[in-house]
Design a protein around this ligand. Structure first.
Ligand code: ZN
Length: 81
């Protein structure tokens, strides 16, 4: 095969390969691979995280804390309405 064709063959559609991700909201969701390069949506149920990336790590910790708190409230029998 020639040099350029293989990579171009993957492109298939015009315009953007990455669209807005359903889970994290960033334009990092790959249309063809159907995987988000930012949060790992489509690849795993867990959020993609690395210890060298402090922002995401802190974000995930905050989300976990909120979930804990909500579970506590559910146990004590609160209602949204
Ligand atoms: Zn994402």
């Amino acid at each position: 095969m020639s040099k350029g064709t293989a990579a171009k063959g993957l492109k298939r559609n015009k315009g953007r390969l990455h669209i807005r991700c359903r889970r994290c909201g960033k334009a990092a969701y790959h249309k063809i691979k159907s995987v988000c390069s930012s949060c790992g949506y489509g690849n795993s149920a867990k959020l993609r995280r690395y210890n060298w990336h402090k922002k995401t790590v802190s974000k995930i910790r905050i989300i976990a804390k909120i979930k804990q708190h909500m579970n506590k409230r559910k146990k004590s029998g609160f209602k949204l309405d």
